[in-house]
Design a protein around this ligand. Structure first.
Ligand SMILES: CC(C)(COP(=O)(O)OP(=O)(O)OC[C@H]1O[C@@H](n2cnc3c(N)ncnc32)[C@H](O)[C@@H]1OP(=O)(O)O)[C@@H](O)C(=O)NCCC(=O)NCCS
Length: 177
């Protein structure tokens, strides 16, 4: 089973994906936009994968193109069933695929699943102020900026602001028309 977008589909992650994830998360250009800052080992990623198998508060899916190439992953973290909210994370690890609509399409597919199948109410995320591409992508998917966390992120010797963005179920349904 996979979740279908227009350009991509989202599928379960597998052990065989781990070396690809390690390559992405050790690429300085990719990690500049992510929370990870220590070099990532294959062993650490294997341990993370094993934890994911039983983690009920976090679900990660691989992003595949129509021809079956794994280009990224996306998921919901800190799933809270009382408040019906979760934090969205995404990485397109294959840089050649940045800025071509794949990330936005993956997010739309994940949002449809989160609101229409998982019955969540609020999806939120954190994004660094210098990550303009991600902000544009999130805005196009219907996320609204809710706040600015001043100097919350230290990167390359400088403090940067971080934005909180979110999308409610009602915003999502309005966009469907
Ligand atoms: C953030 C990310 C998931 C977005 O996916 P994507 O496929 O690149 O995004 P899309 O092509 O769907 O949308 C990108 C938007 O930014 C714009 N854009 C593209 N390149 C840009 C650039 N260098 N600077 C600013 N905006 C840019 C595009 O025009 C598009 O906006 P539009 O729809 O208003 O025209 C992906 O770039 C990525 O994984 N980046 C590295 C990791 C990361 O930042 N993860 C998110 C952490 S919060």
């Amino acid at each position: 089973m996979s979740i279908h977008g227009k350009l991509v589909h989202l599928r379960a992650i597998e052990r065989g994906d781990i070396p690809t994830f390690v390559r992405w998360f050790n690429d300085p250009e990719v990690r500049a936009y992510l929370e990870v800052y220590l070099p990532m080992s294959q062993a650490a990623e294997e341990q993370w994968f094993e934890q994911q198998l039983t983690n009920q508060s976090s679900h990660i899916l691989g992003i595949e193109t129509a021809d079956g190439k794994l280009i990224g992953n996306t998921g919901l973290h800190a799933i809270n069933w009382k408040d019906r909210k979760a934090e969205l994370g995404i990485v397109i690890g294959e840089k050649d695929y940045w800025g071509k609509g794949y990330g936005g399409d993956a997010i739309e597919a994940l949002l449809t699943f989160a609101f229409q199948q998982m019955n969540l109410h609020r999806i939120y995320l954190h994004v660094y102020a210098y990550n303009v591409r991600a902000q544009r992508c999130y805005t196009r998917c219907g996320f609204r900026e809710e706040g600015r966390l001043r100097e919350a992120h230290f990167h390359d010797g400088v403090y940067h602001d971080e934005f909180v963005m979110a999308l409610l179920r009602e915003d999502f349904l309005k966009r469907l028309g």
